[in-house]
Write a protein that binds this ligand. Structure first.
Ligand code: GTP
Ligand code: GTP
Ligand code: MG
Ligand code: MG
Ligand code: ZN
Ligand code: ZN
Lengths: 214, 214
């Protein structure tokens, strides 16, 4: 309880800092391997000529994801949670440190890739303006029922790996119904980071949210 | 630290209880949707005429997985972690409660499905004899590098959804190398819960481990 309250205090400070510099921030969450990094790469390709985009990359260990976005993003910070008190989620204090080293006046958008986990990141806000959860076809359509809390607080839910629809069992209507049951106002996107299907619509949403927010 | 020590004490008690009743227990872990329940269903189909098998089913919320195994297993207990102090992993105290209600003298094997999470379950032993991690093809071959701790302590690692190999990028040799780098003695299985490929070999391993352990 103490951890959560302390986190909220720092998260609120982070958001004030972002607002002061007119930076829009999105917290991207998902299970391991659902497509967070791939989505960030697609978004960078599509939007880097319109917005200055930085990435904060969270992983338990390794720098492979930060390396993938290096050179495409204006700035990249890799956070490894392995030896931190909480290794299972990014937390506001980690973001606060990351922001200190970033050229916020030259940044319009920060994409935060959270640690792959459908449970703990639901408990810790980071100072972001929008929270997005990616669910992918191979995981199955019952994730919202079994991991409800992360979906309840989402502003957008992405159904990724749509290209695999012919090869897996996934009832899109059932998935959308369970999301609507938990969170009627959430925006749902169906896309494939592999084929690019739906990426344009996702990017339009980002642009529109960034404009309204900043 | 206190939580971990308290957990270890109860885990050790659980294992003593299981040994006293000659029950062999396997802790099955994975990311959400990698195939824990599907593996348990395949294992039940293949082995229920040779062993009395019970299932302890862990999820943040919902009973859908317990319902899937009901009728196939000798006994099923569903644990929902949603309102517990730790919702992100099964813990030894939860298993201790579950075991109290189970007819241990009529059980040979307990399959424990842990909460879908590649991070927190690595920290909490439950009293099991063997720890198994399932990784699935669509998640990508770099999970061991990015979520090392759960793979370091595994006795077996399963590469699931082999049937999807033609449709996804997954370097099996690279995956096996990173596993070997973390944990040279681990047993690796390649299988598909959909086609049944490799299930027989996995079941032989269970029978052989059960015999040696009890
Ligand atoms: N078929 C298909 N594969 C995809 C798609 N998006 C991502 N992948 C693949 O899925 C695997 C995991 O994608 P990542 O983007 O690394 O997922 P992630 O959520 O960042 O994973 P972690 O950071 O390790 O938790 C990779 O092999 C990707 O190529 C998609 O739309 N379709
Ligand atoms: N193609 C294919 N799909 C599989 C395989 N094994 C499981 N699935 C599918 O993957 C989805 C998730 O499988 P589950 O067994 O429910 O996975 P889980 O790890 O128990 O999921 P949670 O308990 O929700 O974390 C389901 O739609 C399964 O049908 C496989 O070998 N091949
Ligand atoms: Mg990633
Ligand atoms: Mg399951
Ligand atoms: Zn946690
Ligand atoms: Zn945890």
């Amino acid at each position: 309880q103490n951890i959560l309250e302390a986190n909220e205090t720092i998260a609120s400070r982070n958001q004030q800092l972002l607002d002061k510099h007119k930076v829009f921030a999105i917290n991207i969450m998902s299970a391991p391997g659902a497509g967070k990094t791939s989505l960030i790469l697609q978004t960078l390709t599509r939007l880097k000529d319109r917005l200055n985009i930085a990435v904060i990359e969270g992983d338990v260990a390794s720098t492979v994801d930060a390396e993938k976005v290096q050179g495409k993003a204006k700035a990249v910070v890799q956070i490894n949670t392995r030896n931190m008190p909480e290794s299972c989620s990014l937390m506001a204090a980690m973001i606060e440190s990351a922001l200190k080293g970033m050229p916020l006046d030259d940044i319009d958008l920060i994409l935060i890739e959270n640690v792959g986990n459908l449970i703990c990141p639901a408990e810790f806000t980071l100072g972001e303006h929008k929270r997005v959860v990616i669910s992918s076809l191979p995981e199955g359509d019952d994730k919202p029922i079994k991991y409800p809390l992360i979906f309840v607080d989402a502003d957008a839910v992405i159904i990724n790996k749509m290209d695999l629809l012919p090869h897996v069992d996934f009832d899109i209507a059932a998935f959308r119904r369970s999301i609507a049951g938990l969170n009627p106002k959430v925006e749902v996107f169906q896309l494939s980071c592999k084929t690019g299907e739906g990426i344009e619509i996702w990017c339009s949403w980002i642009l529109e949210q960034a404009k309204t927010n900043v």
